[in-house]
Design a protein around this ligand. Structure first.
Ligand code: ADP
Length: 687
């Protein structure tokens, strides 16, 4: 034996465990017989193989007896179930039953054709360490030829690529998982249900004891957990937890985009005793916190808790990050969509239910930029009700109403081109109704206009009836009053009485009747105004003279106030003298009404050559800024306790304004409360 061994030593000269084993092979244990009789090709190949640090083995002879080197032996694994050492010198087929059907054709090919075979990343599961292992191989089968060139055996150079493949496979699995999860989450529209489902799905992938998404509250002072997923027997966590309790700067770290991970809380040097206790009281021995960002803002923190220390591989960290990120993104998207749906619903409800008719129209313009036509894009139910027009969307106004009044297209078109909103009341012959209309452009350069309108035909008709009534009553009253005034004047001359008070009483009666006539004239004016019948009869006259006469009249009839006016040279205007006189009288009588007994009322008349400005200046209580524009409106009276005694209807200034407007002049007031008022109006000077 020792002789043989020595002899063998000379045949197999490589060093190493497998060299020793091969040398010590019992001559009888292989069909090859004593080593001294082994062919030189085999011995050469064996030596080459045993010297190699790369995993190699040889199949030799018809039985495909297998010999392998140290590097290959490592791949075979160890333990009682390992193929090593029985495999050594044994027939390949007996030892590789699990993969023989896969590899035999390759072996056969090499032996019969002499061509080598090279394959990469082949899955050839083998039994090792007591179980069938999914092993990936990259290998080449090379023929070992005899002196005649015929293949007698195979030298296999191989390497296991399982690790590489596993991580690739895991990546693929992870991708599939993520895809699967987003597919499943897509079925949810309610963000909360989706979050719960996401946690369930993650549970199948992550072996943490508890996990979920926490929100940060009050600039990161608290973590808020609304729901979590926990393993059976693990306590759920719910509520707000102060961040400071679980580590210094934990929020700042998360905010900077880094995760916070403690693999073994009890032995974590970065944590203070007190921080560690906060964790262990909740039975948390390991934790990973991953910040989740949306639009650059920290929007939530994914947390996973473990009741035992847990060591996170890089792959695991990446996986958790990806899964949490994807799930949270889906939840956020669902939330945003829910918000959008809600706000859409709110607008739709409003849109469907309001009484106001609503339409969006789009304009087409001619080459020179004038609005030609518009198409209805959107209308609401009230639109149909108010206009009686059905199924207009998609059609143009000219298709629906070929003879529509061009002003409608022009007016809305103007809104589209200028972008300035318009509000107006208008009669539409097409529908036979009056409308109160508000039109506003949609954004910039869209050629679209939103129009909100409602039918005011009823109101207009009522106003008309009221106007007719007012005008009729005023007319009816005016005639008897004129007669009464006439008779009074006659009576005043005819009646002789010893009573000295009688003439004064006549005077007073005539004055009161005069006031009544004034009021009724006001009503008549209003009725005329509303009906568009206020006529301006222009003549050429000197306005200074007119003011002078009005002041003289006031001095003669009003004893309670001091009037002053310093006439300049004549200033001619082309105006309705009677109506301008009415304006001046109105301003004077207001000044009397709204300023204290004994105070001064001053009139001025001043021209710059093109316009003349007449002012009535009093020392009354003045007018609040807020009221200054409003008092020129119809039936508007400024509320002032001290003045409630002054009678009136709030129509005087309204009529004045209408009259001045129609003359192309302006009317206004300058006043500070408590400082008196200056009412003024302007007229163009006659050329
Ligand atoms: P009326 O005097 O009949 O109420 P007007 O249209 O003439 O109606 O005036 C509208 C309101 O303007 C008055 O109710 C009053 O509050 C305010 N006003 C008019 N003139 C003066 C004035 N000179 N000083 C203070 N307030 C005035």
């Amino acid at each position: 034996m020792s002789n043989d061994a020595n002899h063998h030593r000379q045949l197999i000269y490589a060093k190493g465990e497998m060299s020793d084993l091969i040398r010590s092979l019992d001559d009888q244990s292989t069909p090859l017989g004593p080593m001294s009789t082994w062919p030189a090709e085999l011995l050469n190949a064996l030596n080459l193989m045993l010297d190699s640090g790369f995993p190699m083995f040889i199949w030799w002879g018809p039985e495909l007896l297998q010999f392998y080197n140290d590097a290959y032996r490592v791949i075979l694994g160890s333990g009682s179930n390992s193929k090593h050492p029985d495999l050594l010198g044994g027939p390949g087929k007996d030892h590789w039953q699990e993969i023989w059907p896969n590899i035999w054709p390759l072996i056969n090919k090499v032996l019969t054709t002499g061509e080598s075979v090279y394959l990469e990343d082949q899955l050839l599961p083998i039994y090792r360490d007591g179980k069938l292992d999914e092993v990936y191989w990259t290998f080449s089968y090379n023929p070992i030829r005899n002196a005649n060139g015929k293949p007698e055996g195979i030298l296999v150079v191989c390497t296991e690529t399982t690790r590489l493949n596993r991580s690739q496979r895991e990546n693929a699995e992870q991708r599939e998982f993520l895809l699967n999860m987003s597919d499943q989450l897509r079925l949810f529209s309610d963000p909360e249900a989706m979050e719960t489902r996401a946690l369930d799905i993650i549970a199948g992938h992550l072996n943490a004891d508890r996990f979920g998404f926490a929100k940060t509250l009050i600039k990161g002072e608290f973590f808020l957990i609304e729901r979590d997923h926990h393993r059976n027997g693990v306590k759920p966590l719910k509520g707000a937890f102060p961040a400071k309790q679980f580590g210094t700067d934990i929020f700042e770290t998360l905010l900077s985009g880094q995760m916070v991970m403690y693999e073994d809380v009890r032995n974590e040097a970065r944590l203070s005793e007190q921080h560690r206790r906060s964790f262990t009281e909740l039975r948390i021995e390991a934790i990973i916190n991953i910040p989740l960002f949306k639009n650059g803002k920290l929007s939530a923190v994914f947390f996973a808790h473990y009741e035992q220390p847990h060591y996170f591989t890089i792959e695991e960290q990446v996986q958790i990050k990806q899964v949490a990120g994807l799930a949270w993104d889906a939840v956020l998207t669902a939330r945003a969509e829910q918000e959008l749906r809600l706000s859409e619903l709110r607008y739709r409800t409003l849109f469907e239910s309001i009484d106001e008719a609503f339409m969006v129209i789009e304009f087409s313009f001619s080459d020179d930029g004038t609005a030609e036509n518009y198409r209805f894009l959107v209308t609401n139910p009230a639109f149909e009700k108010q206009t009686g027009l059905k199924d207009v969307v998609g059609k143009t106004i000219l298709e629906i109403m070929p003879d529509v009044e061009p002003t409608w297209i022009r007016t809305y078109g103007q809104v589209a081109t200028t972008g300035e909103a318009l509000r107006f009341e208008e009669y539409n012959e097409g529908t036979g109704g009056w409308y109160d209309v508000y039109a506003v452009a949609v954004g910039k350069d869209t050629n679209q206009v939103v129009v909100v309108f409602h039918d005011i035909t009823q109101r207009k008709m009522e106003e008309q009836r009221k106007n007719d009534f007012l005008s009729m009553t005023s007319h009816e009253l005016k005639t008897p009053l004129t007669a009464v005034t006439g008779y009074l004047h006659i009576l005043k001359k005819r009646v002789t009485s010893d009573d000295p008070k009688v003439p004064d009483m006549f005077e007073r009666t005539i004055k009161q009747i005069g006031r009544m006539t004034g009021i009724i004239n006001g009503f008549l004016n209003i009725a005329q105004l509303e009906a568009g019948q206020l006529r301006i009869d222009r003549t050429h006259f000197d306005i200074v003279e007119l003011v002078k006469q009005a002041v003289q009249e006031a001095v003669a009839t009003v004893s309670s106030h001091h009037f002053s006016f310093e006439p300049t040279g004549p200033i001619h205007v082309s105006a309705d003298m009677e109506k301008i006189d009415q304006v001046i009288e109105n301003l004077i009588s207001n000044a009397v009404k709204y300023s204290p007994f004994g105070s001064r009322i001053q009139l001025t008349c001043w021209s710059d050559g093109s316009t003349v400005k007449i002012s009535v200046i009093d020392e009354g209580n003045g007018i609040d800024k807020a009221d200054q524009d409003l008092i020129f409106g119809r039936f508007y009276r400024a509320v002032d306790d001290q003045l409630t005694s002054a009678s009136g209807f709030g129509i005087g200034l309204y009529i004045c304004k209408e009259i001045i407007d129609r003359h192309g002049g302006q009317i206004g007031v300058d006043s500070e409360p408590g400082e008196g008022s200056t009412f003024w109006f302007t007229l163009p000077v006659a050329g």
